[in-house]
Design a protein around this ligand. Structure first.
Ligand code: SF4
Ligand code: SF4
Length: 441
């Protein structure tokens, strides 16, 4: 095995190990949430996943961004098939190991090149839209320095990866034409042939061309391994979580609120003495906090809400249709989801550092204010708009439940209604004996 192959295998092993370690950490964080069984109506779930995640049906509601995103997505997924060849070549020191596929191989390389060019262009347009045209949803107050930098880094990174891929092919194509032994005649180069001409590569010495090809090859594959390991720290992790997140998404009507099983059981037992009261909640393990009514911290949210938080692409489509946000209220559903993810990461870091959860004196309310929560009209425009079926309203409702049921802090305007429900059993300020009076008037 050559030194280059040994270095390649070590880099591959290190990148795979680090990525697996981070994925395990994220999985552990998601499972800190409340347990919930979501595996009903399976065929419907597969259909929704095919339509929304694979078919990107919600992305194309905004055609320009939607089509550009489909190009980047297709380029990213399909060109990565070529990574398989790169890995085999890297390990065994071969060159274009799949070239035995003949005409089909030429078709594949040609298609990869066209996709690489389209991905390059789409990323460049995304950069212009985001940083030069400054589309408002990318500049809301929650889009602070890091989210903006993250988006810029991802787009720049993809442009660099595609450039390296095309430059590598351009040098390879020129070397093939010169009859350099190692560079067997294989592949079609509809884009890089023009690039080679543009850069006058045929005027360079073979040794220089080999250096360009090798540097581009290493940059491309090390870049891909680096990108893979950047994903768990970035909103770009959605390319992995979008599919499962959509599969597990809510199939019930969007506005249908879920009951709290414990409260339902308590009420049933109060109304019917033959129904036994529910058993007290189990003692939480590993220092985790006791169960609350509603959500005080990430432990009280469903694991699905926590998966939502890691899946958010920070696209801002939810906030851009939120009537509360559009009328100047503090609420932004994207911020609620991002704050949940940031709090979950914070909790994860405490567990990593101390080996178990130790109260750090903070919770979701350290990031999300009551004013934001009560501004929500529960219209569900945000859940409708979200391209990966995230449900910010569920987080909002769970946090409101905590405020009302554990803190006795409803929105002040609701106090009068709660009192009449308590006294009269209805939202109106009339006793049950007066209910039919309207019919006498
Ligand atoms: S449900 Fe709430 S957060 Fe979502 S769009 Fe409506 S008002 Fe905004
Ligand atoms: S919740 Fe959905 S719509 Fe809102 S920013 Fe995240 S991915 Fe976009």
């Amino acid at each position: 095995m050559s030194i280059a192959s040994v270095v390649f295998v070590l880099a591959l092993a290190l990148a795979s190990w680090w990525f697996a370690r981070n994925v395990r950490r994220i999985r552990r964080n998601i499972l800190l949430g409340r347990q919930e069984q979501i595996n009903d109506r399976r065929s419907e779930r597969w259909a929704v996943m095919a339509r929304v995640a694979l078919g990107q049906s919600k992305m194309v509601v905004r055609p320009v961004a939607g089509i550009l995103h489909i190009l980047v997505y297709a380029g990213f997924v399909i060109i990565n098939i070529e990574v398989l060849e790169i890995i085999i070549d890297g390990i065994f020191g071969t060159h274009r190991v799949f070239s035995f596929l003949g005409g089909f191989y030429n078709f594949l390389i040609g298609a990869f090149e066209v996709l690489a060019l389209l991905t390059w262009l789409a990323c460049a347009i995304f950069l212009v839209r985001r940083f030069i045209l400054r589309i408002p949803r990318f500049w809301n107050r929650e889009m602070t320095v890091w989210p903006r930098t993250d988006a810029g880094l991802i787009l720049t990174f993809e442009i660099l990866l595609m450039s390296a891929f095309l430059l590598m092919n351009a040098a390879d194509h020129t070397l093939q034409g010169m009859g350099e032994g190692h560079y067997i005649k294989a592949g079609a180069f509809p884009v890089s042939a023009y690039l080679a001409e543009l850069l006058h590569l045929s005027t360079l010495a073979p040794s220089t061309l080999i250096a360009i090809e090798r540097v581009s090859w290493w940059f491309h594959i090390i870049g891909i391994l680096g990108f893979l390991n950047y994903l768990p720290y970035s909103k770009h992790f959605h390319i992995l979580l979008a599919f499962p997140n959509v599969w597990y998404s809510k199939l019930a009507p969007k506005t249908q609120m879920n009951n709290m099983p414990r409260v339902t059981a308590e009420v049933k037992s109060m109304l019917d003495p033959s129904v036994p009261p529910p058993a007290p909640p189990a003692e939480p393990a590993n220092g985790l906090p006791a169960e609350h009514f509603g959500a005080k911290d990430v432990f009280d949210l469903s694991w699905k809400s926590l998966m939502d938080a890691y899946t958010c692409t920070e696209c801002g489509r939810c906030t851009s249709v939120c009537p509360a946000n559009l009328t100047g209220k503090l609420l932004s559903p994207r911020k609620v989801v991002m704050d949940t993810r940031d709090r979950l990461e914070e909790v994860g870091h405490v567990i990593d550092a101390k080996g178990k959860w130790e109260d750090d004196g903070k919770d979701l309310f350290s990031r999300i204010s009551e004013e934001e929560l009560w501004a929500c009209t529960t219209c569900n425009a945000c859940t409708q708009a979200c391209p990966v079926n995230i449900d910010p309203v569920r987080i909002i409702l769970d946090m409101r439940r905590y405020l009302v049921m554990e803190q006795s802090k409803p929105r002040p305007s609701l106090n009068a209604m709660f009192t009449t429900i308590e006294n009269n059993g209805a939202a109106w300020a009339f006793g049950p004996d007066q209910r039919m009076k309207w019919s006498e008037e």
